[in-house]
Write a protein that binds this ligand. Sequence first.
Ligand SMILES: NC(=O)C1=CN([C@@H]2O[C@H](COP(=O)(O)OP(=O)(O)OC[C@H]3O[C@@H](n4cnc5c(N)ncnc54)[C@H](OP(=O)(O)O)[C@@H]3O)[C@@H](O)[C@H]2O)C=CC1
Ligand SMILES: O=C(O)C1=N[C@H](C(=O)O)C[C@H](O)C1
Length: 233
Amino acid sequence: MKIGLFGYGKMGKMIAGMAEERGHTIATKVDLDTVEIDYASFDVAIDFSTPEAAFENITNCFKNNVPVISGTTGWLDRYQEAVELCQQNDSAFIYASNFSLGVNIFFELNRQLAKMMSQLNEYTVSMEEIHHTQKLDAPSGTAITLAEGIMENSSYMDWQLNGTGENSIPIHSIREGAVPGTHTIAYDSEVDGIEIKHTAHNRKGFALGAILAAEWILGKKGIFGMRDVLNFT
Ligand SMILES: NC(=O)C1=CN([C@@H]2O[C@H](COP(=O)(O)OP(=O)(O)OC[C@H]3O[C@@H](n4cnc5c(N)ncnc54)[C@H](OP(=O)(O)O)[C@@H]3O)[C@@H](O)[C@H]2O)C=CC1
Ligand SMILES: O=C(O)C1=N[C@H](C(=O)O)C[C@H](O)C1
């Protein structure tokens, strides 16, 4: 498989190394300074760029008939627009706030737990996410997906960054050191507490998941998610 890499930072570099180990070729690396892109030179685009760049990167690929895997967070206010452009161009797209297998299992666990806890009025939920100090967005994309999973399975209506409100899930974002990504969901009552936590030890899980998604999407048309790639029912 020939890959067009959009963003050659921490994730782009890790994906390049791992993809080559799996026998794939990095046909092009697109960064902030790239002037011209030969879209015919790659089978699939993998975008781990910046919140500002992602939408243009992704939709230019659709216009050039290239399927896209995107893990960039912080641009989701334009997700629906990207989906429409994908459909208009009969292309294929997977966005995931987190490509790691562990987090995708954690997403499922979070939904199940939210459903059970929604029966119990004495517990309130809160979330904490910890990332490295270079991270541009807060809360993390993963925290937003977790909050959406709770909202779909409870009476919580929205989430709030570093604040509280009625029917709102408080998300506390911490930026420290080189932390790859830690997410904790806590339910607390007067008598006890329940916590579930995912800790990324490094970025390998994110990179492998994105490559698996790229391998999976070849030859397909439409909008998919990691649930499709991992065959979660
Ligand atoms: N979904 C997932 O599983 C994961 C998602 N992420 C997300 O992926 C994104 C990238 O993360 P990470 O690699 O750590 O960040 P980095 O800052 O290390 O890398 C981003 C790269 O994108 C480059 N860039 C800037 N503008 C453009 C452009 N127009 N086109 C292409 N590339 C551009 C930057 O270049 P320059 O430095 O010159 O500006 C930089 O090299 C973030 O949004 C992060 O949240 C991260 C890990 C996992
Ligand atoms: O910026 C990061 O590093 C990460 N970003 C993603 C997010 O915003 O959830 C995924 C992972 O947590 C690492």
